[in-house]
Design a protein around this ligand. Structure first.
Ligand code: DCP
Ligand code: MG
Ligand code: MN
Length: 344
C-alpha cells in the first residue's frame, strides 16, 4: 500500500538522488559512470524499502546504500535539499544540456562541441572551434524554445483537425490516426504523432500520399520547416519529422511526426507509436519471455538473435500478428489496456 506506482514514502529522497544521478550521467569521467551505477542501485533499493527512513543507521542498513549515500539521505530528510546537486551543476553539464535541447543533438555531439570551446547557442551558431551544424540543427536553434516546450492537448487537436481533411482530400480512403501522448490522453504533448496508411482491398496503397500531403500542408502554412524527410518517398514505411503551426499570427512552432506504415502492420505500429516508451519496453519484454519478438512491424516467432549481442537479429522470423492491437494483446496474454492506461 505504501508503494504506489511512481511514488512511495521515500519519494522525496529518491527524487533528489535521481537528480544527482542525472547530473553524473551528463558528465564524462569513469568516476561519473561509476556513480551513476551506484545511485541507480541505491534508488532501486529505496523504491523497495517499505517504510519512511528516519535514521542514518536505517539508511546504512539498506543493501546498496553506503556511508556517503546514507549521509546524503539524512541531509535530504533534515533539510529537504542536497547541496551536492548545486556543486555538480558545473559548466560542462550546463553547456551540454543546453546543446542537447537542440533538435538532432545527442550526448556525443554536445560533448564534441563543448570540447571545441562552445558554451552558448551563439557559440554554436557562430561555428566556434570549427564546428559544423546540420540544417536541422540550425532550425533546432532558431526555434529552440518552441521545440522544447510542450503544447496543450487542445492545440494538438486543433492542428490534427486541420491536417486530417487535407489528407482525406488527397485520398478519401486514407487511414489517418493520431498516436503518441495525445492518444494516451495526456493534457500536454511534446509533439504530434500521426500515422498514415490505407486499406488495400481495391488494390491501391497510400504510396505517394505523404509527399502530396507535405506539399499541401506547406502551401497551407501549416508545415513550416522540414527536419527529416523520407529518403525514398515511394516507400510504404517512412518517417517524416518537421515543424508545424496553426496558420495564425502569434502561433508557436510545434514538432510533428508523420509515420506511414503498410496497411498490414497498422496494429503493431499503432501499439508501438502510442507508447509510452516504458509500456513498450514491458510488452516487448513479455513477448521476449514467450519466445516472440515484437516491434513496430508486428509480433514474430522464431526470431534467432546473435548470442554476442541480443539486439541483433539473425533472421526476421514468422509474422504472427500485426493488423490489430487487440490480437497482439490477446496472443501475449496481456489484458487489454486502453491507451490512457498504457503509462508507467
Ligand atoms: N517510442 C519508443 N521508444 C523510443 C521513442 C519512441 O517506444 N525511444 C514510442 C513510444 C512513444 C511513441 O513512440 O510513446 C511516440 O514517441 P514520442 O517521442 O513522440 O513520445 P510521446 O508521444 O509518448 O510523448 P511526447 O508528448 O513527449 O511526444
Ligand atoms: Mg509524441
Ligand atoms: Mn514523436
Amino acid at each position: 500500500k505504501e508503494v504506489q506506482g511512481n511514488t512511495c514514502v521515500n519519494q522525496d529522497i529518491i527524487d533528489r538522488l535521481q537528480e544527482l544521478k542525472d547530473l553524473h550521467q551528463s558528465k564524462l569521467s569513469d568516476d561519473d559512470r561509476w556513480r551513476v551505477f551506484s545511485y541507480s542501485k541505491c534508488i532501486r533499493a529505496l523504491r523497495n524499502h517499505p517504510k519512511r527512513i528516519d535514521s542514518f543507521a536505517e539508511a546504512r542498513a539498506i543493501r546498496g546504500v553506503g556511508e556517503k549515500t546514507a549521509a546524503k539521505i539524512m541531509e535530504i530528510i533534515e533539510t529537504g535539499g542536497l547541496r551536492r546537486i548545486g556543486y555538480e551543476k558545473t559548466d560542462d553539464v550546463k553547456a551540454t544540456r543546453l546543446f542537447q535541447g537542440i533538435y538532432g543533438v545527442g550526448q556525443s555531439t554536445a560533448f564534441r562541441w563543448y570540447a571545441a570551446g562552445c558554451r552558448t547557442l551563439d557559440d554554436v551558431l557562430g561555428g566556434k572551434g570549427g564546428i559544423k551544424l546540420t540544417a536541422a540543427q540550425e532550425i533546432g536553434i532558431q526555434f529552440y524554445d518552441d521545440i522544447n516546450d510542450r503544447m496543450p492537448r487542445d492545440e494538438a487537436k486543433a492542428i490534427f483537425d486541420l491536417i486530417k481533411p487535407i489528407a482525406l482530400k488527397i485520398d478519401a480512403k486514407l487511414f489517418v490516426e493520431i498516436m503518441g501522448s495525445y492518444r494516451r490522453g495526456k493534457a500536454d504533448c511534446g509533439d504530434i504523432d500521426i500515422m498514415i496508411t490505407r486499406p488495400t482491398d481495391d488494390g491501391k496503397t497510400h504510396q505517394g500520399a505523404l509527399p502530396r500531403l507535405l506539399r499541401d500542408l506547406h502551401a497551407a502554412g501549416i508545415l513550416t520547416e522540414d527536419l527529416a524527410v523520407p529518403e525514398d518517398p515511394n516507400d510504404l514505411e517512412t518517417i517524416y519529422r518537421g515543424l508545424c503551426r496553426i496558420p495564425k499570427d502569434g502561433a508557436r512552432r510545434r514538432r510533428i511526426d508523420f509515420l506511414t506504415v503498410p496497411w498490414q502492420s497498422r496494429g503493431a505500429a499503432l501499439l508501438y507509436y502510442t507508447g509510452d516508451d516504458i509500456f513498450n519496453r514491458a510488452i516487448r519484454w513479455k513477448a521476449g519471455a514467450m519466445g516472440y519478438s515484437l516491434n513496430q512491424k508486428g509480433l514474430f516467432s522464431g526470431v534467432v538473435r546473435d548470442p554476442r549481442d541480443r539486439r541483433v537479429k539473425m533472421n526476421t522470423g514468422t509474422l504472427i500478428a500485426s493488423e490489430t492491437e487487440e490480437e497482439i494483446f490477446r496472443i501475449l496474454n496481456v489484458p487489454w489496456q486502453e491507451p490512457r492506461e498504457r503509462v508507467r
